[in-house]
Design a protein around this ligand. Structure first.
Ligand code: ZN
Length: 289
């Protein structure tokens, strides 16, 4: 068996993901970044239920389709990264970067295409942001994303090994940047030069439309920088998490039917207009706290 056909052992990926999630969970209890609106228990239950439907859909759609595309690309040598005839490790790094970039584009589309937004909105109506929000994806969003993911894998030419590395890294990254962990501002400022951190993803979950429409990255932060969609100058104490029309949490059942029923005018506050922010520092820096 050639190196590209191998995969990370599933016990190894599971140990990294579970280890990451448990430690982020522990740190966000010990060092919370934002004050939570709802109790941890009710949030975990609500988001956990939505997460179960998402995980089942991932297994039924994305996992099968992605593996098949990866093996098909491997068999037919249909691989963008292969044409460059690079050493395997550079090819792997390049494929991971391209997967990350195309995921950035998908996330941006999820906000800009109304039909996709209908589903992604379920993730954003969460009134708090923590590790459990990383589970809160509507099953429709997962199902719609599966063909896109298949196209990413086939066009880039992602080997089964690279795919297993990417899936492991992505799960850890999603848990990390959704987490409510207060890192030292100096450390986070350094980290944000390379990867998405809790503070910059917190800005993406703000109720202010221009702030939600920024910081689309899921792994590396370079894509927001390149596309000028990065926003750093919002202190976390100034941020209200969620969507203006949904100022109180909704039940999991309501969240699951949300994309299929008429919904509220989401960018307007219940008795006020569209929220805005004034008087911010023009300096693009990640401010305390
Ligand atoms: Zn989003």
């Amino acid at each position: 068996m050639r190196l590209q056909e191998k995969q990370l052992p599933s016990w190894f990926s599971a140990a990294i993901v579970i280890g990451g999630v448990v430690s982020f969970f522990w740190f966000e209890i010990r060092r919370p970044l934002r004050r939570s609106k709802d109790s941890k228990l009710s949030r975990n239950l609500r988001n956990g239920l939505i997460g179960i439907t998402a995980a089942a859909t991932v297994q039924l759609t994305e996992v099968r389709l992605s593996r098949r595309m990866s093996e098909a690309g491997e068999r037919r040598h249909w691989r963008l990264v292969k044409w460059l005839r690079l050493p395997v490790w550079i090819e792997t790094v390049l494929a991971l970067a391209l997967l990350d970039y195309t995921l950035y584009l998908w996330h941006m589309l999820s906000h800009r295409v109304p039909f996709l937004w209908r589903f992604h909105l379920v993730h954003h109506v969460d009134v708090d942001l923590d590790v459990s929000t990383g589970l809160r994806f509507h099953f429709g969003e997962i199902a719609l994303g599966a063909p896109y993911r298949a196209a990413q894998i086939l066009m880039i030419g992602v080997s089964p090994l690279t795919l297993s590395i990417w899936q492991t890294l992505m799960l850890v990254s999603i848990a990390f940047h959704h987490s409510n962990i207060k890192l030292g501002p100096g450390f986070e400022r350094k980290l944000v030069r390379f990867i998405v951190t809790p503070r910059i993803h917190g800005i993406h979950h703000s109720i202010i439309p221009e702030e939600t429409n920024s910081n689309f990255c899921s792994g590396l932060s370079i894509w927001d920088r390149l596309h000028r969609t990065m926003r750093l100058n919002i202190p976390q104490t100034e941020i209200t998490i969620g969507i203006p029309a949904y100022r109180n949490s909704i039940a999991s059942s309501e969240a699951l039917v949300m994309p299929f029923v008429p919904r509220r005018t989401e960018w307007s506050l219940p008795d006020d207009g569209i929220p805005t922010r004034a008087g911010l520092s023009p300096i693009p820096t990640l401010l305390e706290p």
